[in-house]
Design a protein around this ligand. Structure first.
Ligand SMILES: NC(=O)c1ccc[n+]([C@@H]2O[C@H](COP(=O)([O-])OP(=O)(O)OC[C@H]3O[C@@H](n4cnc5c(N)ncnc54)[C@H](O)[C@@H]3O)[C@@H](O)[C@H]2O)c1
Length: 350
């Protein structure tokens, strides 16, 4: 039975990950695709056998179609305009990361969500990696104690294509939100501040800064140290980052791809009392599930049951705050504080 009548906005490189899932569901119907470049829409319609209306202008689609769910796969610079229009037209929205490009855009979106009572869920597919779930389960057992220090690294060869290549901070303003959101999720923390040192390594393919060394402070007294370079030559890390979670009594290490390894003591300081540690391995599963599949299953379930998913905009604001505070920190060469409220202005940077 059809429960979701969908307008798709934007059909670029990422659309196949969404369409792979949605075209297999029997509760979804795609009413229309909105694409500034109709050839992109046509390519996907042919690939998936979709029959629907195609528009170049979203206002026309909203005026002519009667749907209930809008999927926003456009560029980060236009997300806020697409999302706020959709919410005000009575649609729930699922959208690709990052939520927005500026603090004002974040505040506009959050205000539209509050005024309309509609849902806006953001795609953060990294949360649905099997090993991430297992690390969270391990932390919840308490055998390693509470996390106190988190490090994450990403060194990848990244020609991201599209308008993203021309951003002032190409890595930060598009992809870093994956790292930041996962950092928050792993250690269950909210960001308080960041000092983000941004730079352009000599020879980088980008004109903007595509590397960084950054330090975030979280509300659970944890420090998250992040560094990376979109443009590293060889010896790459996983796109899902390399992680080290130092806890009160142990440490968990994951290379973002394979097995998770951990060691812990019965009591903090046992090393200095001559005592040994325990160790364990969480094996990478034999079959790795597509991250978007897991995420979309969760979002549709949340919409149908009225549950707030982990990537609801009221949570995701903390992740986009980490990006926008980092931009401000890089621009102003100083530490920036992050303040999130549940009334307007929802996000303030100081
Ligand atoms: N979750 C992930 O792992 C992941 C991976 C890649 C990209 N993304 C995100 O997905 C989004 C899209 O990325 P992409 O790689 O598909 O980009 P892309 O440039 O390939 O595609 C964007 C599409 O949106 C269309 N478009 C732009 N503005 C429009 C508008 N106002 N109305 C209608 N169509 C419009 C463009 O014509 C283009 O076809 C970005 O926010 C990106 O960060 C997420």
């Amino acid at each position: 039975m059809i429960k979701h009548n969908i307008i798709f906005v934007g059909c670029g490189a990422i659309a196949y990950r969404w369409l792979d899932h949605i075209t297999k569901r029997d509760d979804c119907k795609i009413l229309a695709i909105v694409e500034k470049n109709p050839a992109n829409a046509k390519r996907y319609m042919d690939k998936y056998g979709i029959e629907c209306n195609v528009y170049e202008d979203m206002d026309e689609a909203l005026a002519k179609e009667k749907g209930d769910l809008l999927i926003d796969l456009t560029f980060v610079t236009v997300h806020s305009s697409v999302v706020t229009k959709a919410l005000r037209a009575g649609y729930d929205v699922f959208g690709e990361k990052p939520m927005a490009f500026t603090v004002d855009q974040v505040n506009d979106i959050m205000q539209a969500v509050k005024e309309t009572g509609k849902h806006y869920f953001v795609m953060q597919n990294r949360r649905f990696i099997d090993q991430v779930k297992k690390i969270k389960e391990l932390l919840a057992t308490g055998i390693c104690g509470a996390p106190v220090y988190l490090t994450g690294e990403i060194f990848v060869p990244a020609d991201m294509g599209s308008i993203r290549n021309d951003f002032k901070y190409p890595q930060l303003q598009d992809n870093n939100i994956h790292s930041f959101d996962l950092a928050r999720y792993l250690v269950d923390g909210k960001p308080k501040s960041v000092h983000y040192h941004s730079f352009r390594p000599k020879g980088s393919m980008y004109t903007g800064d595509s590397a960084c060394d950054a330090v975030f402070e979280f509300d659970n007294d944890l420090v998250y140290s992040f560094r990376g370079y979109n443009g590293a030559e060889a010896c790459w890390t996983s796109w899902d980052n390399v992680w080290r979670i130092v806890c009160e009594k142990g440490t968990i290490c994951w290379d973002g791809e394979g097995d998770v390894k951990y060691q812990y003591f019965d009591e903090a300081g046992d090393i200095y009392r001559g005592k040994g540690f325990h160790e364990g391995v969480i094996k990478k599963p034999d079959v790795v599930r597509d991250q978007h599949d897991g995420a979309l299953e969760d979002l549709f379930d949340a919409l149908e049951t009225g549950r707030k998913p982990g990537t609801d905009c009221t949570d995701n604001i903390y992740s986009i705050a980490m990006v926008l505070a980092s931009v401000k920190s890089a621009d102003e060469h100083r530490k920036v504080e992050i303040i999130v409220n549940d009334t307007y202005p929802y996000l303030t940077l100081k």
